[in-house]
Design a protein around this ligand. Structure first.
Ligand SMILES: Cc1cc2nc3c(=O)[nH]c(=O)nc-3n(C[C@H](O)[C@H](O)[C@H](O)COP(=O)(O)OP(=O)(O)OC[C@H]3O[C@@H](n4cnc5c(N)ncnc54)[C@H](O)[C@@H]3O)c2cc1C
Length: 420
């Protein structure tokens, strides 16, 4: 049986070979998740020759195992971005986030990729004291960004959508939504290949040799390229030492129930996605076949979790107590790449080597678009790349050795605050 619900329900890709021997290309992309595939597609559409190297399989990283929730914005909200970087920079970042969703929908339509796309994202507050801030944020988006897809929810309005006593109010972003991420990743791969990109699976990039022509060395071959794009997120370990101390891999766990049929209405009455206000966020959604998908649970592991179902069940029981003993047909974990500031790590590592990673749990719309923005940069327009590259991402205190224990301490502190 497939490990993930997504694996069980997405049409497999045709078999892709691994790289053997030497190749020459315009652009070599390392990693076949949303970032790498978004870049490969955008580059191939522009006529570049592209080789993608994937150490495992297309979408086997975070991109094929996530919550599929489409966020319109970065992990930090616009008020914070304005305060930290000024209005015009915050506006540029807002535009990038909006364009990321536009590009997503354009690609789905153009290549007829069916990803079970649904509109609407509910953000319920688990503390009464958060509700005023949520409502102020809706006003802020409307007044400053002319964004009219956000709506305030009071306690009863949340209760009408989510049949739980856990929440006190919140808001909806009707411009957000959710999708089936593995169908999306494989759809991007098919579209990239259709446009001429080559993808090699089971081909790990071991080293990047910088130079006017960069060389990516693998176990059984090498690729010489004018440009290299690094898109390995939390799974690339020491390939890029600068990223290794700035991106912390953290496991997040997911469970998917049996089809609930009409019982679904006892829990969720709409087909919108939900992400609540907890620091260890609970994210959930109804699936098209009537199952309840639930992500959450505290795990500060940096590797996959042994019994993901029990962690998720505990988190789910807080929201829907009568599901405390529910069986999951599928339960799995995925590795999220977190940065200390929660800003993505987008950098020019060398004149012809770019990287994008570290979306800190919000990469479904942003990661493929960061790939697109790298393609745009290679074509000569660096404005949006530079805007993202200005986002501050310091290294974690303690470097690779101590960052995990220190991060766990910080996480435990914030998780404790969730409960008080
Ligand atoms: C459980 C979970 C839930 C999430 N939920 C959401 C959500 O609901 N909404 C949202 O917006 N975001 C969510 N995210 C985050 C989102 O999934 C990621 O931000 C996004 O998928 C990152 O895409 P990526 O392509 O950069 O990384 P990945 O998908 O991890 O892809 C990187 C790829 O690079 C490959 N690779 C690494 N090193 C090498 C190498 N040396 N050589 C060759 N290949 C290499 C890896 O094998 C991998 O396939 C979630 C993440 C997880 C794990």
């Amino acid at each position: 049986m497939a490990e993930t619900y997504y694996e069980a329900t997405a049409k497999p890709l045709k078999k892709l070979s691994s790289l053997k021997g030497k190749k020459r290309t315009d652009v070599c992309v390392i990693g076949a998740g949303f970032t790498g595939l978004g870049a490969a597609l955008a580059l191939a559409e522009r006529g570049y020759s592209v080789i993608v190297l994937e150490q495992n399989e297309v979408g086997s990283g975070a991109s094929g195992r996530n919550g599929g929730q489409i966020h319109r914005g970065l992990r930090r909200d616009q008020m914070e971005l304005e305060k930290r970087f000024g209005r015009s920079e915050a506006y540029l970042l807002w535009e990038i986030a909006q364009d990321s969703v536009k590009r997503l929908d354009k690609v789905l339509k153009k290549y007829k990729i069916d990803v079970e796309r649904h509109d609407g994202h509910i953000f319920p507050d688990h503390r009464a004291r958060y509700v005023a801030d949520s409502h102020a944020y809706v006003d802020h988006l409307k007044n400053r960004y002319a964004y009219d897809l956000a709506e305030k929810l009071d306690r009863e309005e949340v209760r009408a959508l989510i049949k739980s006593d856990d929440y006190h109010g919140g808001w909806i972003d009707r411009g957000g939504g959710h999708l089936h991420p593995l169908k999306y990743a494989r759809g991007l791969a098919r579209a990239a290949v259709k446009n001429g990109a080559e993808i090699f699976e089971h081909t790990k990039a071991l080293r990047i040799d910088n130079g006017k022509k960069a060389k990516v060395v693998t176990e059984n071959g090498e690729v010489t390229a004018d440009w290299v794009l690094v898109a390995g997120d939390a799974l690339m370990h020491d390939l890029v030492p600068m990223a290794d101390v700035r991106i912390l891999p953290i496991a997040s766990t997911i469970g998917v129930t049996k089809p609930l049929g009409k019982k679904m209405k006892k829990y969720l009455t709409s087909d919108m996605a939900v992400a609540d206000s907890r620091f260890v966020v609970n994210y959930y959604k109804p699936m098209d076949d009537g199952r309840l998908f639930f992500g959450g649970g505290e795990s500060y592991s940096n590797v996959h979790v042994d019994d993901p179902g029990s962690l998720v069940r505990k988190a789910m029981a807080q929201i829907f107590p009568d599901l405390k003993d529910v069986e999951f047909d599928y339960a799995w974990s995925g590795i999220v790449g977190i940065t200390p500031t929660r800003f993505p790590l987008i950098r020019r590592l060398a004149p012809n080597v770019l990287m994008a990673a570290g979306y800190s749990g919000q990469g479904v719309s942003l990661a493929p678009f960061a790939g697109y923005i790298m393609a745009e940069a290679i074509s000569g327009t660096f404005e949006r790349f530079d805007c993202l590259a200005r986002l501050p991402v310091p290294s974690f205190p303690g470097g690779t050795a101590l960052r995990h224990p220190l991060m766990i301490l910080a996480m435990l502190w914030y998780a404790l605050r969730d409960r008080i």
